[in-house]
Design a protein around this ligand. Sequence first.
Ligand SMILES: *[C@@H]1O[C@H](CO)[C@@H](O)[C@H](O)[C@H]1NC(C)=O
Ligand SMILES: *[C@@H]1O[C@H](CO)[C@@H](O)[C@H](O)[C@H]1NC(C)=O
Ligand SMILES: *[C@@H]1O[C@H](CO)[C@@H](O)[C@H](O)[C@H]1NC(C)=O
Length: 251
Amino acid sequence: MKFNIVAFALTLVSILLLTSNSAQACEASCQVGISKAFSDAYTIEIDSIFSKFVKDLSTSSLFDGVKIHTSLKAKIVDAITSSIKNQKNNFEGNLVDLVKNSIFNEKPRFKGQCQNPLRVVQPPAGVNWTLTDCEKQDYICGNPPAICHFMNGIVKPRNVNDINSAFASMVNSASFLDTVKKGIESAASNGGLKGKDLDNAVNGITNNFQKTLPGFNKTFVEDFCAGIKGRNATTCDKYDDNIKSILLSFP
Ligand SMILES: *[C@@H]1O[C@H](CO)[C@@H](O)[C@H](O)[C@H]1NC(C)=O
Ligand SMILES: *[C@@H]1O[C@H](CO)[C@@H](O)[C@H](O)[C@H]1NC(C)=O
Ligand SMILES: *[C@@H]1O[C@H](CO)[C@@H](O)[C@H](O)[C@H]1NC(C)=O
């Protein structure tokens, strides 16, 4: 009987330990929360890269070899701009999932127990982790301080790399160009072009637009959260403090 009580007590203790262990992982709400914090920051940067691209479009060689009226040119630029904006919004709508995958599914993953060896103690409910916890949690596991510790070394570079690849595949996809082409076609047709004139204009402008895409990809990769020359820093570091404070508020 006495033995049973001891066994029971031991079981209870291990259940409690297990429960508190699992509370150390960045769980679903934390995973979405931190991914959203990154994604909100990236959206600001991506908006500005797209704005610049679209602004440069109207002065680019979009109409080389295409003879149409100036007022129609303006309408076609508007159509292209709006098509690009829609596709940008879709891209940004996928960022939370993309960042979540980058942090929690790609290797090394920020998953798993943080007890061996124990570096930080889970704060009581309602109390945030601290930046000191980030320093102490010096190996990869599932708690928020681990993500914070490896933010510059692993988390941010991996996010940026994944976003650059996702951007390149979007901008090089047949559907990206096709959607823009449809926009051009409907603006040109609404503007009164028909038959061969319509085909020539749509094909000419679409080809000219397509030629700007490698440059857009290159600019994006060069500009997005880019390293700052001569400094160990990137243009996205300005978001770090806010992202960390959100991250450290999750249990
Ligand atoms: C996009 O640009 C980067 C950097 O210039 C390059 O490495 C990559 O191959 C490009 N991707 C495509 C699909 O053009
Ligand atoms: C760059 O800064 C990070 C921390 O932000 C540090 O871990 C790393 O060692 C630094 N690298 C160099 C080359 O100074
Ligand atoms: C925890 O962090 C969150 C997010 O930064 C903040 O709003 C909250 O006030 C912090 N809580 C405490 C108790 O400091």
